[in-house]
Design a protein around this ligand. Sequence first.
Ligand code: HEM
Length: 366
Amino acid sequence: MIYSYAAFGLFVVAILAASRYGLKAWRPKAIPSSHSRDEKARYSAESRPETVEAGAQSKLNWKDVEPVKFRPFKSTYYITMALQASAPSELILIDNNYEERVLERRKTMENHKSTVMGAIPAGHDAVRELYSFLLAEYLPGRHPSMFSLEQDGSVFRNHVTNQTFSTTPPADPLEAFKVIGETVEDDVFLLKETDEGHLSVAFLCCHPAGFDPSTKLGKLLKDIHEPVPSYEKIGPSMERFFRKVKAGQFVKRLNWSITTQNKLFTPSGTHIYEKDAFQVDEKVDIDQVRLRVELQTLTRLPKTGAVIFPFKTYLYPLKDVKDEGLGPQLVEAIEGLQKGNAPGMFKYKGAVRWGRDVCEYLKASG
Ligand code: HEM
């Protein structure tokens, strides 16, 4: 199993080595030719690296790494794929929240197992491949001060939590997810292509942003996104892109929302769905409100060919955004949710509930 990743592992090592010697190791991949001109233009315009340099993280002590401050909100909301080229180095970003979050995830998995993980038989091989890739290759190669291999590569050690796991995946995919879930703070959906489109065959999702992940298992992308306003504008491009993405190619996107719950495990209470009753302009506790950003990545596993969609969730107090002088921009972006090509986003993201109080806070001086 380990050797099946040799080619991919070499690729990761090449990136790390090149960045150590200051080389520009990563070049955006060419966009598959089936993409429309618009998609190509958007892709290349958005291909600027905006987070850590490849290799930079491995030299740092994780406790000294501040979470990246993503501020992806724009004045008008347009629903787009908005994919940017990414790199293996951005697949699993680790910062000083690591220990607290993985310990919390362990409890979340114990208390809500059937909500936060699942796999249908079509996804079992892909879960095992993801397990081997992370434990036997990626994590020890990328973050050697935190993770290492012992006993000829058969044992993985997490030096932060002081746990050891076999690098051979457990037969039960949920056991494999349990290990992954307490080793990284990223969530992940795994998909396989079918004649009708991409199907969600497995998921580990301890940080759902307002949806119950277990209801998405065994569903097609278009059905998963059924509640998302104007999804039909991006659905076909997404399916095309998912079909073409190659092993070794990494892309990323950012998604932002405002949440009135300062929690990572929120399987409800964020989105307003079609039939939901809701209170307009409700009173919110600003201290609990967070800008919630997901850094989402997309790549393909080389062996099973499953597409993986890992994502890391960031919660930023509104005060941070305000202190950075970005209050007016965030107000504009909240109001802009109803002005672009997906005006239903204003209600779907809950701005009808929290918009008044949040904007008032962001506009107030001090
Ligand atoms: C290029 C890839 C993707 C794009 C552009 C995309 C786009 C979106 C957008 C715009 C939303 C609404 C965001 C919000 O609430 O703020 C959304 C929601 C969601 N997406 Fe995606 N998505 C992508 C991939 C995926 C994948 C691969 C999965 C899982 C298999 C997924 C699962 C979901 C779920 C569960 C929701 C919440 C739906 C609900 O409210 O019930 N997405 N997506």
